[in-house]
Ligand binder design. Structure first.
Ligand code: B12
Length: 210
């Protein structure tokens, strides 16, 4: 594990944020920093499962991750904000799930890569996804879900979009740390990812195909 991963996993806020600033000053890639931070949150999750960390620690780690992301974002902004809009991206965290840090990272990166983004927030009912799809007419819909017990809600959301007859003009990508190909199949999404950068590449590819 990197030093940054260790510091965040141990919830050492001041030291972690100082190190992020130093890494940015030294020219470290923003994505390297974000992925080291994400690894740390996996460790936090494991410690939570082992009952070594508790809910307040999860909350604290989430806040720390959000602070890291806000330090890193301006560096990403300077490297690609002059592009024209290349498509519309609708995103939200599925009903039953309130995790939003990963979703916010994706929304930000998509915007930086030229997408017009509409963010529906967290705990989004399927009817809200359907109505927003009708109104916003996205090229791509992103659904975030981190809890294994919301996989059926993701499937139901995608089914509702299908049933409304509005899926033919858009692709659907799902994202979250617990996802894999079997969940993609179960939910009938077009693609899945556990990594925002890969998700953005997939979306850019889709826009190239259009
Ligand atoms: C922080 C945290 C919280 C915070 C969330 C704060 C917030 N504002 O989001 C709080 C304290 C609220 C929380 C609550 C809970 N949590 Co929680 N939480 C986490 C933790 C530690 C980190 C999540 C995180 O932000 N990661 C960092 C981000 C950047 O990573 P990410 O979300 O995976 O996103 C990346 C990719 O997945 C991808 N991505 C994500 N979404 C999307 C969407 C699209 C379209 C795309 C393209 C890509 C993409 O891009 C991101 C960047 O690369 C995880 C552990 C983990 N390893 O994920 C547990 C974890 C997700 N939580 C867990 C649990 C159990 C809960 C609770 C049920 C606990 C409880 N008993 O109350 C509640 C559920 C509340 C609810 N209804 O949603 C479990 C889920 C286990 C499971 N199998 O379902 C985990 C895995 C911890 C664990 N190992 O036990 N949690």
């Amino acid at each position: 594990m990197s030093e940054l991963t260790d510091l965040i996993a141990d919830l050492k806020e001041q030291e972690a944020l100082k190190l992020v600033e130093e890494m940015l000053e030294a020219g470290k890639e923003p994505n390297t920093i974000l992925s080291a931070a994400r690894k740390a949150l996996d460790v936090v999750g494991e410690r939570f499962e082992q009952k070594y960390y508790f809910i307040p620690d999860l909350i604290f780690s989430g806040e720390l991750m959000a602070k890291v992301a806000s330090l890193v974002k301006p560096k990403i902004q300077t490297s690609g904000n002059e592009k024209e809009t290349i498509g519309k991206f609708l995103i939200g965290t599925v009903e039953g799930d309130i995790h939003d840090i990963g979703k916010d990272v994706v929304a930000f990166l998509m915007e930086m890569n030229g997408f017009e983004v509409k963010d529906l927030g967290v705990d989004v009912p399927k009817s809200v996804f359907v109505n927003a799809t009708i109104e916003f007419e996205p090229d791509i819909i992103g659904i975030s879900g981190l809890l294994t017990n919301v996989f059926d809600d993701i499937r139901d959301t995608i089914k509702a979009i299908d049933d409304a007859g509005i899926r033919k003009n858009c692709k659907i990508i799902i994202g979250g740390g617990q996802l894999d190909e079997s969940v993609r199949k179960h939910t009938n999404a077009d693609s899945f990812t556990t990594d925002a950068g890969i998700g953005v590449q997939q979306c850019l590819e889709w826009m190239g195909e259009k």
